[in-house]
Write a protein that binds this ligand. Structure first.
Ligand SMILES: NC(=O)c1ccc[n+]([C@@H]2O[C@H](COP(=O)([O-])OP(=O)(O)OC[C@H]3O[C@@H](n4cnc5c(N)ncnc54)[C@H](OP(=O)(O)O)[C@@H]3O)[C@@H](O)[C@H]2O)c1
Length: 247
């Protein structure tokens, strides 16, 4: 496997370390000041991985899409550009997989949240909220993972109808699902979903210990997307694993 990594920060470096460990080649890594990649260099790449910033994502991905290369997007904070990403995928007939969190553990966590929300849908005494904590250098807030958790809850817990991501200076409405964010220190990423009633409280919590979980999931996604066409999320790749298990 020959990779190009766009964004050579904490995640880009961890992905490169683990890719090399498994005998893959990282032929290109692009940072903000890297000279433009030539067409010939681009041709040799099997999969492109984007872990940079959301601001230039369409410009970053366009030349790779036009070269018909499959793409893995780990960068978060670009949800309002989803339509442009869809157009890029359709126009160039490529495969693109994105996820707010590629970690295997978090994707299992998402499935637990779905099941828990479906159960809690039948127990009206329990209210729900989300808390997330990340290192002080994280640029987007709330985290993409917390937003995905919120979407899963909105789809499965019918009494919650909208997300409240900002500080509330008034009483929260019952149909709002509050997501609170804390930024401090070096915390890799902690996400909690709590169900609270007058009698007790139930918490589902995921704590990332280092970045290797994200990087391993990203490499899994790179292998998965290699021969596919269309727009996918990690949930599609996960369903594939479950379906294989049921065969
Ligand atoms: N999906 C997941 O599983 C997952 C997991 C962890 C993080 N993330 C997301 O991945 C992104 C990167 O995280 P990180 O922790 O690696 O951040 P980081 O350490 O700040 O790295 C980002 C890197 O990308 C570079 N960059 C910015 N714009 C670029 C561009 N247009 N072209 C090429 N390189 C560019 C930055 O350069 P400068 O420093 O020079 O600006 C920096 O080196 C964030 O959006 C984060 O939320 C996703």
């Amino acid at each position: 496997m020959r990779l190009a990594i766009v964004g050579y920060g904490k995640m880009g470096k961890e992905i490169e370390r683990l890719a090399i460990e498994r005998g893959w080649n990282v032929d290109i890594h692009i940072d903000i000041d890297t000279p433009p990649v030539t067409k010939a260099q681009r041709e040799n790449i099997d999969v492109v991985i984007h872990f940079a910033t959301a601001k230039n994502i369409i410009n970053d991905l366009t030349p790779w899409a036009e070269a018909h290369k499959p793409i893995v997007v780990g960068t978060t904070g670009w949800q309002e550009q989803l339509q442009s990403i869809k157009t890029l995928v359709t126009k160039n007939q490529i495969g693109l997989i994105y996820a707010s969190n590629f970690s295997l553990g978090v994707n299992i966590f998402f499935h637990l949240i779905k099941t828990a929300s479906q159960m809690m849908d039948k127990f009206e005494d329990y209210d729900a909220f989300i808390q997330e904590i990340h290192h002080k250098n994280k640029i987007d807030s709330p985290s993409g993972t917390a937003l995905t958790m919120g979407q899963i809850i909105l789809e499965n817990l019918r009494r919650k109808k909208e997300l409240l991501n900002e500080t509330s200076h008034n009483k929260i409405r019952p149909e709002q699902l509050h997501i609170s964010s804390t930024r401090s220190g070096t915390v890799v990423g902690t996400h909690t979903l709590a169900f609270d009633s007058a009698a007790d409280s139930i918490e589902l919590k995921h704590t990332a210990k280092d970045r290797s979980g994200f990087a391993l999931g990203t490499l899994f996604a790179a292998e998965w997307i290699r021969d596919k066409k269309g727009l996918f999320t990690m949930d599609d790749a996960f369903q594939d694993i479950f379906n294989q298990g049921n065969r």
